[in-house]
Write a protein that binds this ligand. Structure first.
Ligand SMILES: CC(C)(COP(=O)(O)OP(=O)(O)OC[C@H]1O[C@@H](n2cnc3c(N)ncnc32)[C@H](O)[C@@H]1OP(=O)(O)O)[C@@H](O)C(=O)NCCC(=O)NCCS
Length: 227
């Protein structure tokens, strides 16, 4: 089991993100005792492994909301699988088999419209998987890279999906999005789908990566106003 807390490297999450945001992580375990009855009815349909990741993720999210002065409200699941956050808040959850992470931010002027996070174990992706998730240009850029950039590309696309899917209202394909600058802390993004271009100006998206010995952690957030 990976022993590293995946967010220990982020001494100041808001500074890292460029957004007032709270982020927390906990080792995955059975946290069903902390679930709201509405969430428990959902978790009761899961097997033990999924129930542990679900309940650990919900506990991370609720702990953050409580730390921000919110009561312990239920966090239901929307039809698209995302979390329905309480009024005035936005957030995102991700889990590996061993760690759950949540990020929560207040809505309001000067913050974000939406955010998404993703956590992955650091690993080298096979060329077969890379061809599924990376455009031709991305594959060319990754050709010399054998370490973490493939999984970072994957993680950022998952974060982007979580950030945009609820407002976009439909599935986003891996090849609809092209990333560059993965070797920098703030990669950039281009949309290859007219529908996405109409939905969101990619210049309003902020991308973040944190690469540690055992994990790749990413975040994408959508600026509420263009700067
Ligand atoms: C939905 C998806 C992104 C989840 O990612 P994952 O790596 O499988 O799982 P993670 O642990 O990181 O995240 C799971 C959490 O994401 C959240 N989530 C699920 N669907 C979501 C959606 N449509 N929008 C926002 N968040 C969502 C949930 O909180 C979920 O945890 P929970 O069910 O315990 O509440 C992934 O399964 C998927 O469908 N990917 C294909 C689409 C895609 O990524 N396209 C790339 C576009 S460039």
């Amino acid at each position: 089991m990976p022993i590293e807390n995946p967010i220990d490297a982020l001494s100041n999450p808001s500074e890292w993100a460029g957004l007032p945001v709270s982020i927390t992580a906990r080792a995955v375990e059975d946290c069903t005792v902390d679930l709201h009855p509405d969430e428990l009815s959902l978790a009761s349909r899961f097997g033990a492994k999924r129930s542990n990741t679900f309940s650990s993720g919900r506990k991370c999210a609720r702990d953050l909301l409580i730390s921000l002065g919110q009561p312990a409200v239920p966090l239901p699941r929307a039809d698209d699988g995302s979390i329905v956050w309480p009024q005035g808040f936005m957030g995102s959850v991700s889990h590996t088999d061993h760690w759950a992470v949540a990020a929560v931010a207040r809505k309001g002027p000067g913050t974000a419209k939406a955010l998404g996070i993703d956590l992955e174990p650091r690993q080298v992706l096979s060329s077969r998987l890379l061809s599924k998730i990376a455009t031709e240009a991305e594959q060319l850029a990754l050709e010399k890279e054998k370490d973490w950039q493939g999984i970072a590309l994957f993680s950022l696309k998952e974060s982007l999906y979580k950030c945009l899917r609820p407002s976009f209202g439909k599935f986003i394909r891996f090849h609809d999005v092209e990333l560059s600058g993965l070797d920098t802390p703030q990669p950039t993004i281009k949309f290859c789908s007219q529908e996405l271009i109409s939905h969101c100006d990619s210049k309003d998206l902020e991308l973040r990566l944190s690469i540690t010995a055992e994990h790749v952690f990413s975040m994408v957030w959508w600026r509420a106003e263009s700067v």
